[in-house]
Design a protein around this ligand. Sequence first.
Ligand SMILES: [Mg+2]
Length: 374
Amino acid sequence: MTDPLCIVAVDFWPLRIPLARPYRLSSHYGTLTHGQAVLLRVTLANGVVGWGEADPHAEFDGYTLEGVIEALKSRAPQLLGVSVADWVEQGLGLQHEGSPSAAIDVACFDALARARGVPVHALVGARQHEGIDSLWPTSNGEASDDLAVIDEYAAKGFKTYMLKMGDRPIEAEIERSKAVMAAKPGEVKIMVDANQGWSREEAQRYAEGAGDLPIVLIEQPLAADDLEGLAALCRASKLPISVDESLQSRRSVDAILRAGAGDVFSIKISKNGGLANSRAIGQAVEAAGKHILMNSMIELGVTQAASLQLGVTFKALAPCGHAYMSCLRMADDVTDFADCLVNGRAYLRDAPGLGIQVHLEKIQQYQIGDYHVG
Ligand SMILES: [Mg+2]
């Protein structure tokens, strides 16, 4: 008899959806105008389906959209006949990394949770939070640009803002930070993200110049592989240093912890290869007494929902907003995750699986290809 929890079909669709507004990152990354993702569906022998999503950003995880498609084309046939119970309970998601694995791993968790009628977080760990505050990012620019965004989104309930930096003189960025904090004393939390845009000397000057401001964290000030420089900065800076591009895998979390090269660890479900890998990274961070930032790429509601399901199981979330706003930054989404955000805070639905609806007709509207196995 066929195991009802065995995968009998795998379908995936690469998509391209415009952003609601262009997003100016550091000079290293330029300006983004579209989000790209691959939505993946597994179907079990009992008819239950599970959804996953890959969000390739070559600069972050080494994967292009084409690379994800090729990886999934070769891996999808190997999933036929695999039990999602075995996948989740034997940690098979730990055997691979990167965004194609994230799509497969999240789909297996979603399918098993739906089959058992439980939310995904019940398969991941013990729930610690009812909801999680979301941050809102601002583009690279001037304090006046930040303040216009902050005024708009504060009215919608957002309290934490991530200021993108990294391609202007350090003194200008220090003045920008001071001007924003002076305009909003005590009202908002600010974090900054340089996306690898600074030299060691520039990062040191920023940490000194802005060190007396109540900034929540400085993310990825230095090149991803400069753990020595990050460790020196962690020792010298009064402000916590967050690692994002440096945090690729379970191996990299160990290397960062050994080097003392991070105070906060930016977990992204797609970058970090899915729920099993991201949970293992978070557990290592918690065991080391460090903090977690649940962060996002430009991504759709499947990855955002997976991030929320995992985020509510971590005790060591950094005391600030986390990245659950990605769907609101897109002109459209293929899920209803945006409805989980209420007054700037993300709440899980009391529903099986990821707790979202995925709309196939939206996938078909934005697909730039479709692939079917099984
Ligand atoms: Mg970042």
